[in-house]
Design a protein around this ligand. Structure first.
Ligand code: MRU
Length: 351
């Protein structure tokens, strides 16, 4: 079982302690985020990344950023919380978990009575609950997904939807961790995931750390692997799932789903309810983050494209619901026709 803890409180409770994912697999370095600038920079630069992990880190980051303001009067603290929360939520627009977690904290802040220290205390408790719940949801996703992984299963995944991307054992990788824990043999193929290589840098790292059989391939090799009959199922994570089941996930997920459909390989999306966004009707309404040109052109020792050439660099794509075999969620495996009514996990814990 992976012991990776991607996000946690620092020992003194005054910072968000993250694994700096930019440095993997070369070095395992933890970093403490103590200000709102630290938090926003870490999320923007993908030091902390993955939809559930940025939700957790964003919520804890808001608590840390507000902590020095215990002497504010209540109204001033609430105004500050709103401004800082909105700033953090805007850093990465596609993963709904970030705005979901911030909204959850702001609802608590507004709903609880008392002075600034009482509000800060409630916010810390809520952020801790978000972390704990995420860990639980990952495990339940793993348990529900277990039935899909027989002994000897060969799983293809994209990007990193493992422990590094969550507060627990991951979403797409959770069934893999639990299957291996129960003695089943599982082989994972990890798409390298251009342009930022979350598959080869992160998925391959965390699976190999856990002693799980993992093979890296370039994204454009996945269809050939399926054609050779070497993939039993695909499992990916998600950054936002619209009410009709369309899935925004790391760029390259959609072509993987198309290839899987063509080759008759089941295509599963694993996600907690915090990733379901019933307020968004379909994938057409999901805002897709576009990132800077250097991610394509400067990732190697020498530039690999002419300077000043235009770059198309969406960080996510949308896979239509019709290509999804089933969703593996913390509430069970959902097969078509997809109905998510009342499903979104928006309920704040009691304060
Ligand atoms: O840009 P990233 O690395 O944050 O993108 C992450 C992904 O697309 C993951 O697959 C997704 O967040 C699911 S994480 C459990």
């Amino acid at each position: 079982m992976s012991a990776v803890e991607s996000v946690r409180w620092s020992a003194d409770g005054g910072a968000v302690d993250i694994i700096d994912q930019r440095l993997l697999p070369g070095a395992l370095v933890r970093r403490e985020l103590r200000t709102v600038d630290d938090v926003c920079d870490a999320i923007l630069t993908l030091a902390v990344r993955g939809a559930p992990a940025i939700g957790v880190a964003g919520a804890m980051g808001l608590v840390v950023a507000l902590a020095p303001h215990a002497h504010d009067d209540r109204e001033r603290l609430l105004a500050r919380a709103t401004a800082l929360g909105e700033r953090i939520a805007r850093v990465r627009p596609t993963a709904v978990n970030l705005s979901w977690a911030i909204d959850r904290l702001l609802r608590i802040a507004r709903g609880i009575g008392g002075d600034a220290p009482a509000v800060l205390h409630a916010l810390r408790r809520e952020a801790t609950a978000i972390l704990d719940e995420d860990r639980e949801m990952c495990r339940r996703i793993g348990e529900h997904g277990l039935a899909l992984l027989g002994d000897g299963a060969r799983v293809l995944t994209h990007c990193n939807a493992g422990a590094l991307a969550t507060g627990g054992i991951g979403t797409a990788l959770a069934p893999v961790y639990l299957a291996v824990e129960r003695g089943r043999r599982v082989a994972v193929f990890a798409d390298e995931t251009r342009p930022l290589l979350q598959g080869s840098r992160l998925t391959a790292w965390e699976l190999s750390q856990a002693g799980i059989d993992v093979t890296v391939l370039a994204d454009n090799m996945a269809a050939s692997l399926m054609r050779e009959g070497r993939v039993d199922l695909v499992i990916v994570g998600a950054d936002r799932i619209a009410a009709n089941g369309d899935v925004a996930n790391k760029i390259g997920t959609y072509p993987l789903a198309l290839a899987a459909r063509h080759h008759g390989v089941p295509f599963y999306v694993a996600a907690p309810w915090s990733t379901f966004d019933l307020a968004t009707a379909s994938g057409h309404q999901i805002e897709i983050e576009h990132r800077g040109p250097d991610e394509l052109g400067r990732g190697f020792e020498v530039p690999v494209q002419p300077r000043d050439v235009a770059v198309y660099n969406p960080a996510f794509d949308v896979t239509p619901a019709e290509l999804v075999t089933a969703f593996i969620t913390d509430r069970g495996v959902m097969r078509p026709p997809f109905r998510f009514d009342g499903a979104r996990h928006a309920r704040p814990s009691a304060v």
